[in-house]
Design a protein around this ligand. Structure first.
Ligand code: ZN
Length: 226
């Protein structure tokens, strides 16, 4: 087992609302932070450039891994231009924005990358509260993978999931608490149509993000009035 540096963390970072909030959460928790982004054949690869800019401004080390094979393995609308994105979650299955295996690959690669740098803390912005119900965003999967990674490399990785039990409204509240509400609102990219900041306004991701923001601003307004 390697002697790990307990003061450093690696954030799986896409430049979106959730992982940017996690990046700043990690900056508060750890002395040194690395951010790792992935190219997985997503339609909007400008998200990697957005991630690079945010990481640079935040003063964290940034790296990109090309894992484009993930997009070629399965059918999904985030990587296949001929599939139109689901506007809503079907009753009995996942939306076609589900990229099978994505977080399994991302976190496994992140763990190997981290181990090379003697880092055992991994941070990911997955949330079980997320509307989509992607199985690889659930707490049981993350805990299971954590055990598997430790067994695979005989290490003591700790996967941190600051957003696991909070919704979009509370994620905005966390960003505000961390002092990056405006940065997250104006700079991050979560829109399925590839438009940063407030996005296209009508894709499922933009709707979820906006509804969370409006709810948070309303709660904040009410709290300040008191
Ligand atoms: Zn959008």
């Amino acid at each position: 087992m390697l002697e790990m540096n307990k003061e450093t963390a690696l954030v799986v970072f896409s430049g979106g609302q959730d992982s940017t909030t996690c990046l700043y959460w990690a900056i508060r928790q750890f002395k040194e932070v690395y951010a790792l982004s992935f190219i997985y054949g997503q339609k909007h690869q400008n998200e990697v450039e957005i991630a690079r800019e945010i990481a640079k401004e935040a003063g964290v080390r940034f790296d990109v891994m090309d894992v484009s094979f993930i997009g070629k393995l399965g059918q999904n609308s985030l990587t296949n231009p001929s599939i139109e994105m689901d506007q809503a979650k079907p009753d009995d299955s996942f939306p076609n924005t589900f990229v099978p295996g994505r977080n399994l690959f991302f976190l496994s690669i992140a763990a190997v990358y981290a181990r090379e740098r003697k880092i055992n803390h991994l941070v990911t912005g997955v949330s079980q509260t997320d509307f989509s119900g992607y199985p690889d965003c659930r707490d049981a999967f993350i805990k299971s993978l954590n055990v598997t990674l430790n067994l695979a490399m005989d290490e003591q990785f700790v996967i941190h999931t600051p957003l696991m039990w909070i919704d979009k409204c509370e994620t905005w509240a966390l960003a505000d608490e961390l002092g990056v509400l405006d940065l997250v609102k104006n700079r991050t990219l979560t829109c399925y149509n590839g438009i940063p900041g407030d996005g296209c306004g009508h894709c499922p991701s933009c709707k979820l993000r906006r509804e969370g923001y409006e709810k948070y601003m309303m709660l904040k307004y009410v709290a300040e009035k008191r």
